[in-house]
Design a protein around this ligand. Sequence first.
Ligand code: 8X3
Length: 256
Amino acid sequence: MKHTKEQPLCALVTGASSGIGQATARELAHKGYRLVICGRNEAALNSLSRELSAMTQVHSLVFDVSDKSEVQKAIDSLPPSWASIDILINNAGNAHGLDLIQDGDSDDWDAMIDSNIKGVLYVTQAVLPQMIQRGQGHILMVGSTAAKEVYPKGNVYCATKAAVDALAQGIRMDLNGTGIKVGAIHPGMVHTSFSAVRFKGDQARAEAVYQGVDPLQAQDIAELICFVVSRPSHVNIADLVVMPTDQASSTIVARK
Ligand code: 8X3
């Protein structure tokens, strides 16, 4: 897929109000994509929309990916000129808690399963029909190295990201022959609000995760996402694992 003069490609990014999603929206705007930015934080989306509107056309949708009817209502509300989504970046998702399974909070489990797994399914289902109808599109999941390697106390978070990995593979199989690309990018340690959310606002504990390490930045992943979605139509980057140089696995990290 390529931009045309009359109609640049349109990308929908979930979780666009912060972190990897926000950096990706910004990078795609720089590259001329029209953007549908989605998230729960209306103020943050408005501010991003104001910034990116200087570069491209932007439409904001405020909804929670884990609420099936909100998702469908939001996608159905897109005006006709925005209804053809070329690229879906399924980025929204979080970790809540880092506990032994016997100490886990089932509300944390529900939150992760609802946003990380069900959210991907609901948004994909809502966006897919017009891609199938047009015989083109690209669905890219933002997974995690946690999808590839379970680590102690990661239990449910790792399970949700393994599910994202499985969904990327399964959806790719189901859509084979439709002309739609499906893939996943799996980042390791990225310096975003990820750890602050995981540790429920405990900034000291969150910062300790990145102490002495040169972690990935959201911009690093945004640039890779732009690379993945801009390959020629016969090239689909199916699976990409990205770690900081200081990280060798989920548990092996060189700290200075
Ligand atoms: C983020 C990577 O290792 O903190 O998904 O789970 S990790």
